[in-house]
Design a protein around this ligand. Structure first.
Ligand code: PMP
Length: 383
Protein backbone atom coordinates (compact mmCIF):
# COMPACT_ATOMS: atom_id res chain seq x y z
CA UNK A 1 0.00 0.00 0.00
CA UNK A 2 1.15 3.55 -0.68
CA UNK A 3 0.09 6.10 1.96
CA UNK A 4 -1.19 9.45 0.61
CA UNK A 5 -2.80 10.93 3.73
CA UNK A 6 -0.01 12.99 5.29
CA UNK A 7 -2.38 15.92 5.88
CA UNK A 8 -4.37 13.70 8.26
CA UNK A 9 -1.50 11.99 10.08
CA UNK A 10 2.19 11.41 9.48
CA UNK A 11 4.48 8.50 10.38
CA UNK A 12 6.50 9.57 13.43
CA UNK A 13 10.26 10.07 13.06
CA UNK A 14 12.25 7.19 14.55
CA UNK A 15 13.81 9.71 16.99
CA UNK A 16 10.31 10.66 18.11
CA UNK A 17 9.39 7.06 18.91
CA UNK A 18 12.66 6.49 20.74
CA UNK A 19 12.36 9.70 22.76
CA UNK A 20 8.81 8.88 23.80
CA UNK A 21 9.79 5.42 24.93
CA UNK A 22 12.88 6.57 26.79
CA UNK A 23 11.13 9.37 28.65
CA UNK A 24 8.15 7.21 29.53
CA UNK A 25 10.54 4.79 31.18
CA UNK A 26 12.86 7.28 32.87
CA UNK A 27 10.90 10.47 33.54
CA UNK A 28 7.47 9.43 34.71
CA UNK A 29 7.49 11.85 37.65
CA UNK A 30 4.94 14.65 37.68
CA UNK A 31 6.62 17.87 36.52
CA UNK A 32 4.67 19.81 39.17
CA UNK A 33 6.16 17.69 41.97
CA UNK A 34 8.79 19.43 44.03
CA UNK A 35 11.11 16.45 44.47
CA UNK A 36 14.16 15.94 42.29
CA UNK A 37 12.45 13.54 39.86
CA UNK A 38 9.66 16.08 39.39
CA UNK A 39 12.15 18.88 38.87
CA UNK A 40 13.93 16.76 36.23
CA UNK A 41 10.63 16.28 34.36
CA UNK A 42 9.95 20.02 34.67
CA UNK A 43 13.36 20.76 33.15
CA UNK A 44 12.54 18.57 30.15
CA UNK A 45 9.29 20.45 29.74
CA UNK A 46 11.05 23.82 29.96
CA UNK A 47 13.60 22.72 27.38
CA UNK A 48 10.81 21.60 25.02
CA UNK A 49 9.16 24.98 25.41
CA UNK A 50 12.43 26.69 24.45
CA UNK A 51 12.82 24.47 21.38
CA UNK A 52 9.27 25.20 20.15
CA UNK A 53 9.67 28.91 20.89
CA UNK A 54 12.91 29.05 18.89
CA UNK A 55 11.23 27.32 15.91
CA UNK A 56 8.44 29.92 15.96
CA UNK A 57 10.57 32.99 16.69
CA UNK A 58 8.75 33.37 20.02
CA UNK A 59 9.67 33.49 23.70
CA UNK A 60 9.32 30.31 25.81
CA UNK A 61 6.62 31.82 28.05
CA UNK A 62 4.52 32.44 24.92
CA UNK A 63 4.23 28.67 24.27
CA UNK A 64 1.43 26.63 25.79
CA UNK A 65 1.13 22.86 25.38
CA UNK A 66 -2.32 21.36 24.78
CA UNK A 67 -3.79 18.01 23.73
CA UNK A 68 -3.83 18.86 20.01
CA UNK A 69 -4.70 21.63 17.60
CA UNK A 70 -8.39 21.04 18.20
CA UNK A 71 -7.84 22.14 21.79
CA UNK A 72 -5.46 24.95 20.75
CA UNK A 73 -8.08 26.31 18.34
CA UNK A 74 -10.91 25.99 20.87
CA UNK A 75 -8.81 27.77 23.47
CA UNK A 76 -7.73 30.52 21.08
CA UNK A 77 -11.25 31.28 19.86
CA UNK A 78 -13.35 30.74 22.98
CA UNK A 79 -10.62 31.79 25.40
CA UNK A 80 -10.19 35.12 23.59
CA UNK A 81 -13.94 35.67 23.18
CA UNK A 82 -14.61 35.05 26.88
CA UNK A 83 -11.61 37.01 28.12
CA UNK A 84 -12.26 40.10 26.03
CA UNK A 85 -16.05 40.22 25.90
CA UNK A 86 -15.89 43.63 27.58
CA UNK A 87 -14.44 44.94 24.28
CA UNK A 88 -17.26 43.47 22.22
CA UNK A 89 -18.83 40.23 21.11
CA UNK A 90 -17.99 40.08 17.41
CA UNK A 91 -15.66 37.62 15.65
CA UNK A 92 -14.51 37.46 12.04
CA UNK A 93 -13.47 34.16 10.50
CA UNK A 94 -13.80 32.38 7.14
CA UNK A 95 -16.12 29.81 5.64
CA UNK A 96 -13.22 27.41 5.11
CA UNK A 97 -11.82 26.99 8.62
CA UNK A 98 -11.24 23.61 10.23
CA UNK A 99 -14.27 22.48 12.30
CA UNK A 100 -12.36 23.18 15.53
CA UNK A 101 -12.41 26.90 14.67
CA UNK A 102 -15.65 26.96 12.68
CA UNK A 103 -17.72 25.15 15.29
CA UNK A 104 -16.14 27.08 18.17
CA UNK A 105 -17.42 30.21 16.42
CA UNK A 106 -20.84 28.64 15.91
CA UNK A 107 -20.97 27.70 19.58
CA UNK A 108 -20.21 31.31 20.53
CA UNK A 109 -22.93 32.41 18.11
CA UNK A 110 -25.42 30.23 19.96
CA UNK A 111 -24.37 32.03 23.15
CA UNK A 112 -24.99 35.49 21.72
CA UNK A 113 -21.75 36.40 19.92
CA UNK A 114 -21.97 37.69 16.36
CA UNK A 115 -19.73 35.97 13.82
CA UNK A 116 -18.95 37.03 10.26
CA UNK A 117 -17.89 34.08 8.08
CA UNK A 118 -16.02 35.52 5.08
CA UNK A 119 -16.21 33.53 1.81
CA UNK A 120 -13.13 32.54 -0.21
CA UNK A 121 -12.78 33.04 -3.97
CA UNK A 122 -13.07 30.13 -6.43
CA UNK A 123 -9.45 29.11 -5.72
CA UNK A 124 -10.12 28.84 -1.99
CA UNK A 125 -8.25 32.01 -0.99
CA UNK A 126 -9.84 34.76 1.11
CA UNK A 127 -9.43 38.42 0.18
CA UNK A 128 -7.62 40.39 2.92
CA UNK A 129 -9.74 43.46 2.10
CA UNK A 130 -12.88 41.36 2.62
CA UNK A 131 -11.65 40.28 6.06
CA UNK A 132 -10.69 43.83 7.02
CA UNK A 133 -14.03 45.20 5.80
CA UNK A 134 -15.79 42.88 8.26
CA UNK A 135 -13.76 44.16 11.25
CA UNK A 136 -15.71 46.54 13.53
CA UNK A 137 -15.05 48.44 16.75
CA UNK A 138 -16.43 45.49 18.73
CA UNK A 139 -14.46 42.78 16.86
CA UNK A 140 -12.38 40.96 19.45
CA UNK A 141 -10.89 38.29 17.20
CA UNK A 142 -10.09 37.45 13.60
CA UNK A 143 -9.27 33.78 12.95
CA UNK A 144 -7.85 32.68 9.58
CA UNK A 145 -5.98 29.47 8.81
CA UNK A 146 -2.57 29.44 7.09
CA UNK A 147 -3.23 26.53 4.71
CA UNK A 148 -6.60 24.95 4.07
CA UNK A 149 -6.54 21.28 5.07
CA UNK A 150 -8.76 20.19 2.19
CA UNK A 151 -7.43 22.11 -0.84
CA UNK A 152 -4.01 23.33 0.32
CA UNK A 153 -4.94 26.95 -0.49
CA UNK A 154 -2.52 29.37 1.20
CA UNK A 155 -4.06 32.41 2.83
CA UNK A 156 -2.39 35.84 2.53
CA UNK A 157 -1.71 36.22 6.25
CA UNK A 158 0.66 39.17 6.07
CA UNK A 159 -1.89 41.34 4.28
CA UNK A 160 -4.70 40.10 6.49
CA UNK A 161 -2.74 40.92 9.67
CA UNK A 162 -1.78 44.37 8.39
CA UNK A 163 -5.29 45.32 7.30
CA UNK A 164 -6.97 43.88 10.40
CA UNK A 165 -4.66 45.82 12.73
CA UNK A 166 -5.19 48.99 10.67
CA UNK A 167 -8.96 48.53 10.96
CA UNK A 168 -8.84 47.92 14.73
CA UNK A 169 -5.53 47.67 16.56
CA UNK A 170 -7.19 45.95 19.54
CA UNK A 171 -8.57 43.06 17.46
CA UNK A 172 -6.61 39.86 18.10
CA UNK A 173 -5.41 37.80 15.13
CA UNK A 174 -5.40 33.99 15.42
CA UNK A 175 -3.82 31.72 12.82
CA UNK A 176 -4.46 27.98 12.62
CA UNK A 177 -1.02 26.99 11.38
CA UNK A 178 -1.52 23.21 11.41
CA UNK A 179 -1.12 22.57 7.67
CA UNK A 180 1.42 25.34 7.06
CA UNK A 181 4.19 24.69 9.57
CA UNK A 182 7.17 22.80 8.14
CA UNK A 183 5.88 23.41 4.62
CA UNK A 184 5.84 27.21 4.38
CA UNK A 185 7.65 29.94 6.34
CA UNK A 186 6.06 30.74 9.69
CA UNK A 187 6.33 34.48 10.26
CA UNK A 188 4.34 35.29 13.36
CA UNK A 189 5.76 38.83 13.68
CA UNK A 190 5.24 39.71 10.00
CA UNK A 191 1.67 38.40 10.14
CA UNK A 192 1.10 40.33 13.40
CA UNK A 193 -0.37 37.12 14.81
CA UNK A 194 -1.37 37.16 18.47
CA UNK A 195 -2.33 33.48 18.62
CA UNK A 196 -1.08 30.53 16.56
CA UNK A 197 -2.04 26.83 16.72
CA UNK A 198 0.01 23.75 15.81
CA UNK A 199 -0.42 19.99 16.00
CA UNK A 200 2.52 17.62 16.51
CA UNK A 201 1.07 14.63 14.69
CA UNK A 202 1.00 16.49 11.37
CA UNK A 203 4.75 16.99 11.73
CA UNK A 204 5.86 13.40 12.24
CA UNK A 205 5.47 13.88 15.99
CA UNK A 206 3.18 11.92 18.32
CA UNK A 207 -0.62 12.23 18.48
CA UNK A 208 -2.17 14.17 21.32
CA UNK A 209 0.07 17.24 21.54
CA UNK A 210 -0.85 20.70 20.35
CA UNK A 211 0.92 24.00 20.73
CA UNK A 212 -0.68 27.37 21.20
CA UNK A 213 1.44 30.48 20.83
CA UNK A 214 -0.03 33.27 22.94
CA UNK A 215 1.73 36.58 22.34
CA UNK A 216 2.99 38.29 25.46
CA UNK A 217 0.35 40.69 26.74
CA UNK A 218 -2.57 38.56 25.52
CA UNK A 219 -4.50 36.51 28.06
CA UNK A 220 -7.09 33.82 27.45
CA UNK A 221 -9.96 32.68 29.61
CA UNK A 222 -8.92 29.11 30.53
CA UNK A 223 -11.21 26.38 29.25
CA UNK A 224 -9.69 23.72 31.54
CA UNK A 225 -9.41 24.67 35.20
CA UNK A 226 -7.73 22.79 38.00
CA UNK A 227 -3.99 22.88 38.57
CA UNK A 228 -1.80 25.84 37.66
CA UNK A 229 0.04 24.07 34.81
CA UNK A 230 0.91 26.01 31.64
CA UNK A 231 1.03 29.29 33.55
CA UNK A 232 -2.57 28.78 34.62
CA UNK A 233 -3.70 28.73 30.98
CA UNK A 234 -4.44 25.00 30.76
CA UNK A 235 -4.83 22.79 33.79
CA UNK A 236 -3.84 19.13 33.76
CA UNK A 237 -0.65 17.12 34.22
CA UNK A 238 1.51 17.61 31.16
CA UNK A 239 2.22 14.66 28.86
CA UNK A 240 5.99 15.00 29.23
CA UNK A 241 7.12 12.15 26.91
CA UNK A 242 4.86 13.28 24.08
CA UNK A 243 5.72 16.96 24.57
CA UNK A 244 9.49 16.32 24.49
CA UNK A 245 9.05 14.16 21.36
CA UNK A 246 6.84 16.85 19.81
CA UNK A 247 9.48 19.51 20.39
CA UNK A 248 11.89 17.28 18.50
CA UNK A 249 9.44 16.99 15.59
CA UNK A 250 8.84 20.75 15.57
CA UNK A 251 12.59 21.44 15.46
CA UNK A 252 13.12 18.88 12.69
CA UNK A 253 10.11 20.22 10.77
CA UNK A 254 11.58 23.73 10.79
CA UNK A 255 15.08 22.53 9.89
CA UNK A 256 13.91 20.23 7.09
CA UNK A 257 11.43 22.66 5.54
CA UNK A 258 13.49 23.67 2.53
CA UNK A 259 14.73 20.18 1.69
CA UNK A 260 11.18 18.86 2.08
CA UNK A 261 9.87 21.50 -0.31
CA UNK A 262 12.55 20.81 -2.84
CA UNK A 263 11.66 17.13 -2.77
CA UNK A 264 7.88 17.24 -2.93
CA UNK A 265 7.10 20.38 -4.96
CA UNK A 266 8.01 18.77 -8.33
CA UNK A 267 5.97 15.70 -7.38
CA UNK A 268 2.94 17.84 -6.61
CA UNK A 269 3.36 19.81 -9.83
CA UNK A 270 3.51 16.63 -11.85
CA UNK A 271 0.43 15.23 -10.13
CA UNK A 272 -1.52 18.47 -10.65
CA UNK A 273 -0.61 18.52 -14.35
CA UNK A 274 -1.70 14.89 -14.66
CA UNK A 275 -5.04 15.48 -12.91
CA UNK A 276 -5.74 18.55 -15.07
CA UNK A 277 -5.32 16.34 -18.13
CA UNK A 278 -8.01 13.85 -17.10
CA UNK A 279 -11.30 15.24 -18.48
CA UNK A 280 -13.41 13.41 -15.85
CA UNK A 281 -11.70 15.28 -12.98
CA UNK A 282 -12.17 18.79 -11.57
CA UNK A 283 -9.00 19.98 -9.85
CA UNK A 284 -9.66 21.97 -6.67
CA UNK A 285 -6.07 22.87 -5.73
CA UNK A 286 -4.15 25.61 -7.46
CA UNK A 287 -0.48 25.59 -8.44
CA UNK A 288 0.44 28.14 -5.79
CA UNK A 289 -1.04 26.01 -2.98
CA UNK A 290 0.91 24.31 -0.19
CA UNK A 291 3.39 21.70 -1.46
CA UNK A 292 1.76 18.67 0.19
CA UNK A 293 -1.96 18.80 -0.72
CA UNK A 294 -3.68 18.01 -4.01
CA UNK A 295 -7.45 17.90 -4.10
CA UNK A 296 -9.65 16.93 -7.02
CA UNK A 297 -13.23 15.80 -7.61
CA UNK A 298 -14.66 13.04 -9.72
CA UNK A 299 -18.26 14.27 -9.77
CA UNK A 300 -19.66 11.03 -11.22
CA UNK A 301 -19.44 9.25 -7.85
CA UNK A 302 -19.08 10.18 -4.19
CA UNK A 303 -15.52 10.73 -3.00
CA UNK A 304 -15.79 7.70 -0.70
CA UNK A 305 -16.41 5.42 -3.70
CA UNK A 306 -13.31 6.70 -5.49
CA UNK A 307 -11.26 6.48 -2.28
CA UNK A 308 -12.34 2.86 -1.75
CA UNK A 309 -11.55 1.96 -5.36
CA UNK A 310 -8.08 3.53 -4.99
CA UNK A 311 -7.58 1.56 -1.79
CA UNK A 312 -8.34 -1.66 -3.68
CA UNK A 313 -5.64 -0.55 -6.10
CA UNK A 314 -3.11 -0.08 -3.29
CA UNK A 315 -3.46 3.66 -2.67
CA UNK A 316 -4.51 5.11 0.71
CA UNK A 317 -6.17 8.50 0.13
CA UNK A 318 -8.94 10.40 1.88
CA UNK A 319 -11.92 12.29 0.66
CA UNK A 320 -11.30 15.50 2.58
CA UNK A 321 -10.07 16.26 6.07
CA UNK A 322 -10.11 13.23 8.36
CA UNK A 323 -12.30 15.15 10.83
CA UNK A 324 -15.10 15.51 8.27
CA UNK A 325 -14.66 12.37 6.21
CA UNK A 326 -17.40 10.44 7.95
CA UNK A 327 -19.97 13.04 6.97
CA UNK A 328 -21.89 11.99 3.87
CA UNK A 329 -22.51 15.64 3.06
CA UNK A 330 -20.96 17.81 0.37
CA UNK A 331 -17.75 19.53 1.43
CA UNK A 332 -18.41 22.89 3.11
CA UNK A 333 -15.08 24.12 1.74
CA UNK A 334 -15.85 23.26 -1.90
CA UNK A 335 -19.36 24.72 -1.65
CA UNK A 336 -17.85 27.94 -0.25
CA UNK A 337 -15.55 28.03 -3.31
CA UNK A 338 -18.64 27.96 -5.52
CA UNK A 339 -18.43 24.33 -6.66
CA UNK A 340 -21.72 22.52 -7.32
CA UNK A 341 -23.04 19.71 -5.12
CA UNK A 342 -21.72 16.86 -7.34
CA UNK A 343 -18.19 18.29 -7.27
CA UNK A 344 -18.49 18.98 -3.54
CA UNK A 345 -19.54 15.36 -2.93
CA UNK A 346 -16.96 13.83 -5.24
CA UNK A 347 -13.79 15.17 -3.62
CA UNK A 348 -10.60 13.18 -3.07
CA UNK A 349 -7.56 14.49 -1.19
CA UNK A 350 -4.07 13.25 -1.91
CA UNK A 351 -1.44 14.49 0.53
CA UNK A 352 2.24 13.98 0.02
CA UNK A 353 5.12 13.37 2.38
CA UNK A 354 8.89 13.13 2.30
CA UNK A 355 8.84 9.37 1.66
CA UNK A 356 7.26 9.77 -1.78
CA UNK A 357 9.17 9.35 -5.03
CA UNK A 358 8.58 9.96 -8.71
CA UNK A 359 7.86 6.21 -9.10
CA UNK A 360 5.15 6.46 -6.43
CA UNK A 361 3.50 9.30 -8.36
CA UNK A 362 3.60 7.22 -11.54
CA UNK A 363 1.97 4.30 -9.71
CA UNK A 364 -0.69 6.66 -8.32
CA UNK A 365 -1.43 8.04 -11.79
CA UNK A 366 -1.91 4.52 -13.13
CA UNK A 367 -4.21 3.69 -10.22
CA UNK A 368 -6.26 6.85 -10.84
CA UNK A 369 -6.73 5.93 -14.51
CA UNK A 370 -7.70 2.36 -13.58
CA UNK A 371 -10.14 3.66 -10.96
CA UNK A 372 -11.86 5.92 -13.50
CA UNK A 373 -12.19 3.03 -15.94
CA UNK A 374 -13.58 0.71 -13.25
CA UNK A 375 -16.01 3.30 -11.92
CA UNK A 376 -17.22 4.15 -15.42
CA UNK A 377 -18.31 0.54 -15.82
CA UNK A 378 -20.15 0.77 -12.48
CA UNK A 379 -21.80 4.00 -13.59
CA UNK A 380 -22.86 2.47 -16.94
CA UNK A 381 -24.24 -0.57 -15.14
CA UNK A 382 -26.58 1.74 -13.27
CA UNK A 383 -28.10 3.28 -16.42
N1 PMP B 1 -6.64 22.56 12.02
C1 PMP B 1 -6.34 22.03 10.84
C2 PMP B 1 -6.14 22.93 9.65
C3 PMP B 1 -6.20 20.64 10.71
O1 PMP B 1 -5.88 20.10 9.53
C4 PMP B 1 -6.38 19.82 11.87
C5 PMP B 1 -6.26 18.31 11.77
N2 PMP B 1 -7.22 17.72 10.93
C6 PMP B 1 -6.69 20.44 13.08
C7 PMP B 1 -6.81 21.80 13.12
C8 PMP B 1 -6.92 19.62 14.34
O2 PMP B 1 -5.72 19.09 14.81
P1 PMP B 1 -5.69 17.88 15.86
O3 PMP B 1 -5.88 16.65 15.05
O4 PMP B 1 -4.33 17.98 16.47
O5 PMP B 1 -6.76 18.11 16.85
Amino acid sequence: MLYWDYAAATPPYEEVVQTMEQIMRLHYANPSSLHRAGRDAERLLARSREVCAAALGAAPHEILFTSGATESNNLAVKGAALQYQGRGRHIVTTQIEHPSVYESCQQLQSLGWEVTFVAPDSTGVVDPAGIAAAVRRDTVLVSVMHVNNETGAVQPLKDIGRLVKAANHRTLFHVDGVQGFGKLATELKEWQADLYSLSAHKLRGPRGVGILYVREGVSLFPLLTGGSQEQGGRAGTENVPAIVASAKAVRMGAENREAYNKQITPLRERLLAFLSGVPEFTVNSSRDGAPHIVHFSYPAVNGEVMARKLEELGMTVSTRSACSSRLAEPSRILLAMGRDAAVALGGVRISLGDAHTQADIEALEQALLSAVQALKIVERGRD
